[in-house]
Design a protein around this ligand. Structure first.
Ligand code: HEM
Length: 482
């Protein structure tokens, strides 16, 4: 079978495969939806040589989208054949690192960028930090930081909840990961990391160190991140061991008894920091948005919270006794998953769904579309937390945290954080969506509300008002409302 037998559109006249990519970039979600509708559960966005999405400086033989539990399993359960973005590509300096590119090498050395034995070894070192007994210890920090952030919520006023949730999860991340509740320093690293991710593609297109090229800025950002993370690590070393993830990494030893080198420590902390707060912030935002449109579910949830928690913040032993809260979070992660796509690079020639996929291709599983399969989830576009009572569709049908050997290492941490924050917020307040602002999705690494999530904050009461007024923005097309 040849690669061309993959179903998918032809290259555009004149623009060629760039035309296919352009149409995708303009509205990724809508474009992938059209592909699946026209070609089925495996569809090539691009067939034949084109610029890679993950590493645009390199050609790739095909860019393929898949959906559904079987294809998801085929892709995510075979980590030898399907790699995560590998430590290669035009931006990775490797052995040839110079003084200028060395920070880049360190920043790129996190768990996201390694495969095979290297990935297994590094993940093994990190796993104990995410063990249940360990993350239970973060409960008090999660509670006290949430209390501190919501103290300034003014009743009756409209606020951008996205900013609040970003600050909240950032502070929780810095405290539990690095042992310090950081505001300015944490924000500064988060901003640098966000700019770094935005600069990645333009820098990869022309990786030359010249003053007018984005690559120069990319190197400067890498240096700044490297310095800031290096300072954090030095500070942790100076203060001695604590109950945070970084302390655990500092104590970790490989099979030969050697500690992690500074390069690896910078890489790990950067990935943990990047992966560990924006995803949770957006999951909280989308859940509050969905709840604002379903006041009856909010009323039921408040009853559950009141009967189990009686107005207090949850203890870890109570988190398993809140089935509706769990259903609400899972339903939100199903409908509006922050990580709606999961990428792999084909390391060896592969077969997927009966089609040959050449090595070097990029395969992307659409978590968003798998989560909307009507055979798995009746009335898939509706927010129905009750569907999760005694229901388990399996790890490849519900994969907001990925699945297989690379599944999100922080998933239990994230679920605990989402439950604690929501339980505190919803016992204290009712959130009404501000009808004057449009609500769009912006899709970069994670799917986030744009221009933010503007909500009026009320005292927690049983009012059954839904804030659906003028529904402007493309988010409304993603959820069916009564
Ligand atoms: C709602 C919150 C979160 C969501 C939706 C989420 C989602 C994901 C997804 C989809 C992946 C990729 C899995 C794959 O490649 O197959 C991932 C990986 C990862 N996540 Fe999360 N995540 C969340 C929170 C966190 C937190 C709180 C942390 C750390 C404190 C974290 C750390 C990581 C790491 C280190 C990886 C790489 C794992 C590996 O490659 O072995 N995540 N996450």
């Amino acid at each position: 079978m040849t690669p061309n037998s993959l179903p998918g559109p032809r290259p555009w006249p004149v623009l060629g495969t760039n035309g296919n990519l352009l149409s995708f970039v303009l509205d990724p979600l809508a474009h992938v939806e059209r592909l699946f509708r026209q070609y089925g559960p495996i569809a090539a966005l691009v067939r034949g040589r084109s610029r890679r999405i993950a590493s645009p400086g390199r050609d790739t033989p095909a860019i393929v989208f898949v959906r559904g539990p079987e294809l998801n399993r085929a892709l995510l359960s075979d980590a030898e054949r399907f790699h995560k973005t590998p430590l290669s590509g035009p931006l990775y300096p490797g052995q040839g690192a110079t003084e200028r590119t060395r920070p880049l090498l360190r920043v790129m050395t996190g768990l996201f960028n390694v495969n095979g034995e290297e990935h297994r070894e590094r993940r093994r070192l990190m796993l104990p930090a995410f063990h249940k007994s360990r993350i239970d210890q973060y409960r008090d920090d999660m509670v006290s930081i949430t209390e501190a952030v919501i103290e300034r919520f003014e009743l009756g006023a409209v606020r951008n909840i996205r900013d609040d949730m970003t600050e909240l999860t950032l502070r929780i991340a810095t405290k539990t990961l690095f042992g310090a509740d950081m505001r300015e320093q944490g924000l500064s690293i988060a901003r640098s990391l966000a700019s770094w991710m935005q600069a990645f593609r333009p820098a990869a297109a022309l990786p030359y160190d010249a003053p007018w090229l984005p690559y120069r800025r990319f190197l400067e950002l890498s240096r700044s991140i490297d310095v800031q993370l290096g300072e954090l690590i030095a500070e942790r070393r100076r203060l001695g061991s604590g109950a945070d993830v970084l302390s655990m990494l500092l104590e970790a030893r490989d099979e030969q008894g050697a500690p992690l080198g500074d390069d690896e420590l910078v890489g790990h902390t950067g990935v943990l920091f990047a992966a560990g707060h924006e995803t949770s912030a957006n999951a909280l935002c989308w859940t509050l948005f969905l709840l604002s449109q379903h006041p009856r579910i909010v009323a039921e949830l408040r009853e559950e919270l009141a009967s189990v928690l009686g107005g207090e913040a949850p203890r870890t032993d109570q988190l398993g006794s809140l089935p509706l809260l769990e259903g609400v979070i899972k339903e939100s992660l199903r409908l509006l998953p922050p990580g709606r796509l999961n990428h792999r690079i084909v390391a060896q020639p592969a077969e997927l769904g009966g089609f040959a996929v050449p090595a070097g291709s990029e395969v992307i599983t659409s978590v968003y579309h798998t989560h909307r399969d009507p055979e798995l989830y009746p009335e898939p576009d509706r927010f129905r937390p009750a569907r999760w009572e005694g229901f388990d569709p399996g790890p490849y049908a519900f994969s907001p945290f990925g699945a297989g050997s690379r599944m999100c290492i922080g998933s239990a941490f994230a679920m605990m954080e989402l439950k604690i924050v929501l339980a505190i917020l919803l016992q204290r307040f009712r959130f009404e969506l501000d009808q004057d602002k449009p609500l769009d999705r912006v899709i970069s690494i994670v799917m986030a509300p744009k221009p933010g999530l503007f909500m009026r904050v009320h005292r927690g009461d049983h009012a059954l008002t839904s804030s659906a007024g003028r529904r402007r923005g493309n988010v409304w097309g993603m959820v069916a409302l009564d």
